[in-house]
Design a protein around this ligand. Structure first.
Ligand code: SD4
Length: 320
């Protein structure tokens, strides 16, 4: 078990801009709610959208959905939504989920041709008796709900796929291109907590592969009494430990967001010998708005927003 003392020497300095500093972040304390936290550099524009909603008195649920829609629509973010890296057969297949403050959850997996899978996941949560819809069924549901069927491949995704086909080697490079899921957690001014997660999954994955991101408890978990957690990285490793659920349960047992994220990474470290080519990272928030991020390898970043602004933070990691 990790003690709080093991973290006291970490810098608590908060960056003031959106440029990533070299400062490794311990837990970040928000002066006041509301607060939003999300994964990677593309978390910055996503967070800015979310915090705008939160500061206007909006709900955490609306904030996380609107926030992650930003990278979903951005063709330059090639790991989420429109313009993503495809699977090895040239198809973009998307995974997403959402959870609200009441413990409701909605999810879609292996969804094709829809730019905003997170919004389909919300419809699954709100308009069906189910938690998860997949593949052709999820697409049929989305079309019935008025979502537009679109070609999500761009020239850039097609070119990346053709380049990959030359060698056809599945060797994900950590921190680069193929595992930059956007996961976001928010606590609104009423103290209610929600989360969302959306991704195209591992680039050049096998057709039909589904990762951790749409799996409640793996890619995302929220408990309004305790806090929330979300994951990024090689989904297979997150799924094997149900990492986000684990982080929330560790916080329930008294760990800070930082300690809980670290312990969840350590669970993977203890059960896997060779992690050289594997990256996983977690973000977490507790009910007071304290946020943190921690990863297996160096290189993971997370965005934190509150009424004082948005910062991009370098996460601490197990391997330096
Ligand atoms: C997955 N976790 O499908 C996702 C990939 C990702 O940052 O992009 N994570 O395994």
């Amino acid at each position: 078990m990790i003690t709080r003392r093991q973290f006291v020497n970490r810098s608590l300095a908060v960056t003031t801009g959106v440029t990533l500093t070299g400062t490794i972040q311990a837990s970040l304390k928000s002066k006041n709610l509301p607060v939003a936290v999300s994964t990677w550099d593309h978390g910055v524009p996503a967070n800015k959208e979310a915090i705008k909603i939160l500061l206007n008195g909006g709900t955490a649920l609306d904030a996380v959905e609107s926030g992650v829609r930003v990278p979903e629509a951005d063709p330059d973010v090639m790991t989420v939504g429109y313009g993503s890296f495809p699977d090895r057969d040239g198809h973009i297949t998307l995974d997403a989920c959402i959870m609200d403050e009441k413990g409701n959850a909605g999810s879609v997996s292996f969804l094709q041709h829809i730019k905003h899978p997170v919004s389909v996941a919300r419809k699954v949560m709100e308009d069906t008796p189910h938690v998860m819809l997949s593949g052709a069924g999820a697409l049929k549901f989305a079309l019935e709900k008025g979502f537009k069927k679109e070609e999500l491949m761009t020239e850039k995704s097609t070119a990346a796929w053709k380049k990959w086909l030359v060698k056809s080697e599945y060797k994900p490079v950590i921190n680069i291109e193929n595992h930059d899921t956007i996961s976001m957690l928010a606590v609104d001014k009423h103290g209610n907590l929600s989360g969302a997660c959306t991704t195209s999954g591992m680039a050049f994955k096998m057709h039909g592969r589904v990762g951790d991101s749409p799996i409640i408890g793996a890619g995302l978990y929220c408990d309004n009494e305790v806090g929330g957690a979300a994951a990024t990285g090689h989904g297979e490793y997150v799924m094997r430990t149900l990492g986000s659920f684990l982080v929330v349960e560790l916080m329930r047992n008294g760990l800070s967001p930082m300690e809980a994220c670290k312990e969840a990474v350590m669970r993977t470290v203890r059960t896997n010998k060779d992690l050289n080519r594997v990256q996983i990272g977690y973000i977490a928030v507790n009910k007071t708005g304290e946020t943190a991020g921690f990863s297996l390898h160096e290189g993971f970043s997370f965005a934190h927003s509150d009424k004082e602004g948005t910062t991009l933070n370098k996460a601490d990691s197990y391997l330096k």
